[in-house]
Ligand binder design. Structure first.
Ligand SMILES: Cc1cc2nc3c(=O)[nH]c(=O)nc-3n(C[C@H](O)[C@H](O)[C@H](O)COP(=O)(O)OP(=O)(O)OC[C@H]3O[C@@H](n4cnc5c(N)ncnc54)[C@H](O)[C@@H]3O)c2cc1C
Length: 270
């Protein structure tokens, strides 16, 4: 915990009159999501992974309680082990294995500005993303921002309930985020926004990850619902590899088990 004075020392563009307290996390950092994604993909490729882009899973073929093949728009792939990491689309793909899992999704909106001289030193959030909203049916607006190495300021986020996998920005979302950012950083009032975007993010009502073996089919492993998963994705990958090698997840991951939603006897026999 740090004082408002310390917060402003860390982030000089903050309006000191608006801060009543702050938390400083020295271990936090900023990563470029494109670079980490491409980096992980090319390293996986060097280790023998084959990545099929622009390819959809259309069906799961079941034989003797196991997924024996995955049907895709690029053809059929025989499978020994299947990791389902389908985010917001998990409910639909799980249904292909006869599993009814109450994974919902929300739409988050963000935007990025033109490059400007350094104004924001770290990653700053007003915390709205990390507390349960009072009313989830309304737009939840947070001020969460960071400045890239090239000087662009990335600002997020407006969150609404997801529907029809709609990933379009609204007019209202970015405007409300900008207003909130300006209450903390009044010096950003001349900033030009060059791009905005939205995405859908999975969650269950308990807001915990879903991580582990499904039980039936016994060669299906589910990984989704991790909040702000980009930064922790290498760690999630390592935990998944460990579970694959051991044939079970670590005891610490028990709270994230899919069995809290799907009782094995309720999974239909395919
Ligand atoms: C505006 C916004 C800002 C965010 N900011 C941050 C941030 O600063 N830091 C952070 O860590 N996180 C951030 N997040 C959250 C982050 O994007 C998610 O936590 C992360 O993407 C979840 O990763 P995932 O792989 O589980 O799911 P996704 O990234 O949703 O991946 C699921 C994939 O499954 C694919 N898929 C779906 N159906 C099929 C099918 N039938 N066949 C084949 N593939 C299929 C989809 O195309 C998708 O690529 C933000 C999200 C939003 C919307």
């Amino acid at each position: 915990m740090i004082t408002p004075g310390q917060a402003v020392k860390q982030e000089p563009a903050l309006d000191p009159n608006k801060i009543i307290g702050a938390v400083y996390c020295p271990g936090e950092g900023i990563i470029n999501p494109f670079n980490i994604t491409n980096g992980l993909a090319s390293t996986a490729g060097r280790y023998g992974a084959k990545i099929l882009t622009q390819t959809s899973v259309t069906a799961l073929e079941m034989t003797g309680g196991r997924i024996s093949a995955v049907e895709t728009t690029a053809g059929r792939i025989k499978t020994e082990f299947v990791i389902m990491a389908a985010g917001a689309w998990t409910k639909d793909i799980a249904a292909m294995a006869g599993i009814d899992i109450p994974v919902k999704y929300e739409r988050g909106e963000a935007m990025v500005s033109m490059a400007v001289p350094r104004m924001i030193r770290g990653m700053v959030t007003d915390g709205s993303l990390f507390v349960p909203p009072e009313n989830t049916s309304e737009m939840v607006v947070g001020a969460c921002l960071g400045q890239t190495a090239s000087g662009n300021i990335v600002m997020a986020q407006a969150t609404t309930d997801g529907a029809d996998y709609n990933c379009r920005s609204t007019y209202e979302g970015p405007v409300r985020v900008a207003r909130k950012v300006l209450t903390l950083f009044p010096g950003l009032d001349d900033l030009e926004i060059i791009r905005m975007w939205a995405g859908v993010v999975a969650y269950t009502d308990d807001k915990k990850p879903l991580f582990g073996f499904v039980g039936k089919p016994d060669n299906l492993f589910m990984v989704t619902n991790f909040h702000s998963a980009v930064g922790i994705s290498p760690g999630i990958g390592e935990l998944t590899l460990e579970a694959y090698r051991q044939g079970r997840t670590t005891p610490e991951a028990a709270a994230y088990s899919i069995q809290r939603y799907v009782k094995p006897e309720k999974i239909s026999q395919l």
